[in-house]
Design a protein around this ligand. Sequence first.
Ligand SMILES: [Cu+2]
Length: 322
Amino acid sequence: MISCRIVPYCLLFCFLVSFSSQDAAAHGGVVEEDDLCVIKVNYLRAQFKIYQPGATGHEQYCEDLPLASESVFVMEYQHDSLSKMPIDFRIIRDVTGKGRFARMEDIKNIADLESATVYYRPPIVEPHIYTVNYEFTEEGNFIGVVSAEHPASGKIYTAVFPFEVGFTGFGYWPFIIGLLFLIQFQYFLMSGRLKRWFGMKSVAAASLLVCGLLIAPASFADSLIVTYTTPDGDPAINRMHSWILHIENEDGLEIEGAIIEVEGGMPEHDHGLPTRPRITEELGGGDYRLEGMRFHMSGYWEVIVSITTDTGNFEVTIPLQL
Ligand SMILES: [Cu+2]
């Protein structure tokens, strides 16, 4: 039986403040590795940079851009095969509603891709460096989609990278971004990197600082707490099982009649859940039966619970190490 208490999503906002200079490496397409920003087009990799020469000169960005202005996207191939592949580049307004978690399947589900597209460069073979120049005229949430076609097999490889223009950290997605910082933080914690960098004491201090920040802001108090149990036993790999979610607010009031959706995946592998879990029954007392849970591999998973109540929408992420 597993039971755990989840920090409400909104409160993760504080990570944004504490780690605002870090970029999140959790979703597909573009990741930071050893201070390099890397775009992964399937197994093909390229170093990725974005400049805003008119606004910030030689300053390099990995994804989010501070201003709506002329932006230069640069890919330097780390795989020679990219230099022989026709590559196209699309920028769309984020109409997926998935924000940072948008994946290729979400892009494919867009009914009118053309009208969401703000920039499209048809496939072209660039033997050395691939650059795209686009002037953003408005701030907002965007998604970049890079596709490369394998010259022999005709197979299309894609990378999807959501990003924000006019990135202030206080925009549309503060809690999701906060979550990504948490993932990064957890990753560093789990990989022992923080320990190596700063020694154990400062890790403890950082955790304390984080906790302090989590407790402090009263303005973020209207969040929900999700706990869960697994009545069928621990979630073994590849076994379909159910969860009981329990939802209450910070005052301990059980939340009834909520509309709940569950998704998730492995952020480090950039894939989702293999199933589509659903709430099948409200059990009363803030309890809901969630069926169809299955994890097909071991590693770090996140289960994202979206909750709609009379008072608003909430998102809570449950981290799982399997
Ligand atoms: Cu995986």
